[in-house]
Design a protein around this ligand. Structure first.
Ligand code: LIP
Length: 264
C-alpha cells in the first residue's frame, strides 16, 4: 500500500508544482527582495506566494498533511505520518537576478522516511519526480544516475553563501576536485544540482551546508535513479532540522571524493 500511496502523492506534487511554476514565471526578471539573515540570504513575496499555493494545493489533496517549509515560522515535527518538506523557490538569488535557474522543490515523508518527491524548473519546463521503489523520472521519462568515474565527470558544487566561514574549505575541495574531474559548475540551486546527478548529467555534487528543504526531494530522486547520497564525512544523510553537508553521485565518484577530501 505504501508504494501505491507514494505514487499517488508523487502525482499530487507534480500537479501542484506545475501551478507554482506558472506563478514563478509571472515574476519576470527583476524581483524585489528583502534580507532574512544576511544580504545573501534573501526572500521575496514570490517565495511566500508559491509556498501558500503549494500548502493549499497539497492540503486539499492530502487531508491531515503537515508542512515543513523554508518560509514557515512554525514547522511541523519531521516524524509525522504525512509531512511535506517544501522549498518554495530554491535558487532564490538566481530568481531575484533573473538568471532563469530556480525551482520549487517538494518531498513527502512518513515516519521520517522519504516516500515521494518533485522538483520543477519552470524555465526549462523540466519536472523531476520520484516515489520510493518506483524509480525517478524527468517529464515522465525514466532517469538514471551516471556510472562514470570522477575523471570523466562534470561536477556541481555549492559555495554555502549563508555560511561564509565554510568558504575556504569549500573552495579548497573545489580546486582539488577540479584537478580530478572534467570541470566544475556552480549553478546556485542545490535541488537542481541534485536533479542533474539523478539525470546522469553530472557525476557528483557537493555542498558544505544545506537545510533539509534544499535537499530532501533531490536525495530521493538521486537514490531512486541508482545514485548515492551521504554527508561529506561519508555518514548517512539525516532527515532532521540541522544544517547538513550533502554529497551525491554514484558509489564510485562518492568514494573518490571521500578519499580525496580525507587528504586535506
Ligand atoms: C540555496 C541553495 C544553494 C545554496 C544556498 C541556498 P535557497 O537555497 O540552493 O545551493 O548554496 O546557500 O541554500 O536559499 O535559494 O532556497
Amino acid at each position: 500500500m505504501e508504494q501505491d500511496y507514494a505514487q499517488t502523492v508523487r502525482g499530487y506534487i507534480a500537479e501542484a508544482e506545475r501551478k507554482a511554476g506558472e506563478l514563478m514565471l509571472s515574476a519576470g526578471e527583476n524581483v524585489a527582495a528583502e534580507d532574512k539573515t544576511s544580504r545573501r540570504d534573501v526572500v521575496t513575496s514570490y517565495d511566500r506566494r508559491v509556498q501558500e499555493l503549494m500548502v493549499e494545493e497539497l492540503s486539499r489533496r492530502v487531508p491531515g498533511a503537515r508542512f515543513y517549509c523554508e518560509e514557515l515560522a512554525e514547522r511541523c515535527p519531521l516524524d509525522g505520518e504525512k509531512v511535506f518538506i517544501i522549498d518554495p523557490i530554491d535558487g532564490t538569488m538566481n530568481f531575484v537576478h533573473g538568471l532563469g535557474h530556480s525551482c520549487v522543490s517538494t518531498a513527502f515523508s512518513s515516519g521520517g522516511a522519504l516516500l515521494a518527491a518533485g522538483i520543477y524548473n519552470p524555465y526549462a519546463r523540466e519536472l523531476f519526480t520520484a516515489a520510493r521503489g518506483r524509480g525517478a523520472s524527468l517529464n515522465g521519462r525514466e532517469i538514471r544516475a551516471a556510472e562514470t568515474d570522477l575523471a570523466h565527470s562534470v561536477v556541481h558544487f555549492g559555495t554555502t553563501p549563508y555560511d561564509p566561514q565554510l568558504a575556504d574549505r569549500a573552495f579548497l575541495l573545489a580546486r582539488k576536485v577540479f584537478e580530478k574531474s572534467l570541470d566544475l559548475r556552480r549553478r546556485g540551486s542545490a535541488a537542481l544540482d541534485l536533479c542533474d546527478v539523478a539525470a546522469g548529467r553530472v557525476g557528483l555534487y557537493f555542498e558544505m551546508a544545506l537545510s533539509l528543504w534544499d535537499y530532501a526531494a533531490g536525495v530521493l530522486l538521486v537514490e531512486e535513479a541508482g545514485g548515492v547520497c551521504r554527508r561529506l564525512d561519508g555518514s548517512p544523510l539525516p532527515l532532521d532540522g540541522a544544517r547538513n553537508s550533502v554529497l551525491a553521485g554514484n558509489a564510485g565518484t562518492v568514494r573518490e571524493f571521500l578519499d580525496l577530501s580525507a587528504q586535506y
